[in-house]
Design a protein around this ligand. Structure first.
Ligand code: PGA
Length: 253
């Protein structure tokens, strides 16, 4: 029904990230020359770290300015103070924002500090901010072992919008080492919806290592199903998977 998703395999995460960063830099420079801001959708986790290192290098060594960039992160843990070292706001500061010239008012993450009755309005306002910014030009994604994109765990529908969700046990186990034990890992998060993500004009999903090989195969070659949110990318006209050899190792040759 859909054309096969584009899959690009690289010798290393660093090589893949040089290619993606070059595309992002080109987009920022082209849009900026036309007087336009570039809207990036950003992800957290270990996967995008080499990408952020390369973007920082492009800023420091090649004069790439992030002043005309607006960003929206995919998700944030609920119940974590933004100053908590494992909050995604802290993660983004530590790994990207503190090292480039982006204006702080242009970087958006969902809030993790919301009372139950504030959640729906906060999520609706996040969606509105994305629309007002002109929509996401380039969305970066990782993939969880549950197949999640953002924190859209199995069972989330293809047209879901920004909302609060319960984290899958596998996702919490994967986060446990960083938090010093599963008991410290939040149980809920706010995440952009699958429908929100799919509205991005271009999408790059990144995955490294054999640990991700089976879920990458399911997302790329399996049916489009809410059991694997990343499989929804098969319906997108401009989504690509950037893999190292380990993450590509379960794909048919
Ligand atoms: P990771 O997480 O980058 O730390 O592997 C990816 C994800 O859960 O989306």
């Amino acid at each position: 029904m859909f054309r096969p998703i584009s899959v690009l395999v690289f010798d290393s995460p660093e090589a893949a990230c040089r290619e993606i960063a070059a595309q992002i830099a080109r987009l920022i420079r082209e849009r900026s020359a036309a007087g336009l801001a570039t809207v990036l959708g950003l992800a957290t986790g270990n996967t995008p770290l080499p990408l952020y290192q390369e973007l920082i290098r492009l800023h420091r060594e090649e004069g790439l300015s992030f002043q005309p960039v607006v960003s929206f992160n995919l998700d944030e843990y609920l119940g974590l103070d933004p100053k908590h070292p494992e909050s995604y706001r802290s993660f983004m500061r530590r790994n990207l924002f503190d090292h480039i010239d982006m204006l702080s008012e242009n970087s958006h993450l969902p809030s993790g500090m919301l009372a139950e009755e504030e959640i729906a309005a906060h999520c609706a306002a996040y969606e509105t901010k994305i629309v007002r910014a002109g929509g996401i030009d380039f969305q970066i994604l990782g993939i969880g072992r549950t197949g999640h994109i953002g924190f859209n765990e199995p069972g989330t529908p293809i047209d879901s919008r920004t909302q609060s969700i319960h984290l899958d046990e596998i996702t919490r186990q994967d986060a446990a080492p960083a938090f010093g034990g599963i008991g410290q890992v939040p149980e809920q998060a706010i995440t952009m919806g699958c429908g929100t993500i799919l509205e991005a004009r271009r999408i790059a999903l990144l995955a490294w290592g054999e640990k991700k090989a089976d879920i990458v195969r399911d997302a790329v070659k399996g049916p489009v199903t809410d059991k694997v949110s990343a499989s929804f990318l098969q319906t997108h006209p401009a989504a690509s998977f950037y893999l190292d050899r380990g993450a590509a190792s379960a794909l048919p040759a």
